[in-house]
Design a protein around this ligand. Structure first.
Ligand SMILES: [Zn+2]
Length: 120
């Protein structure tokens, strides 16, 4: 279960979110907070758009003006996809571990039965 985050903690996540350096746990808590807090979502949107705008201006990108309005939504969608992928990988890893344990247990039973240690 993901932990909850208050507005003060969320403020501290703005810069690392934009830099892409939030841990998965912090990213999950931050995105969950943004879902319930329009004020922090607005803060991030403003910071993100200003920062990206400055970056695009300094790169003198002719498409910058077109990209800017959608960039924030795309960044949020990217972060959510990243987390969803991580969650899927965690389930797959857990399934593999459980599968491995079941196989190991079956192997032990087979060994015990075939060597006469266990009579069914
Ligand atoms: Zn908030």
């Amino acid at each position: 279960m993901s932990r909850t985050m208050d507005c003060r903690e969320a403020q501290n996540c703005i810069t690392p979110f934009i830099a892409g350096t939030l841990s998965d746990a912090d990213l999950e808590a931050y995105l969950a907070h943004l879902d319930t807090c329009p004020s922090c979502l607005e803060d991030l949107s403003v910071h993100y758009t200003v920062e990206l705008g400055l970056k695009l201006l300094s790169e003198n990108d002719p498409d910058a003006e077109e990209n800017l309005p959608h960039a924030f939504d795309q960044a949020l969608a990217r972060a959510r996809r990243h987390l969803a992928r991580r969650h899927r990988l965690r389930y797959i890893r857990a399934a593999l571990v459980i599968g491995g344990l079941v196989l190991a247990a079956a192997g032990l039973v087979w060994y015990a039965v075939s060597s006469g240690l266990l009579v069914l």
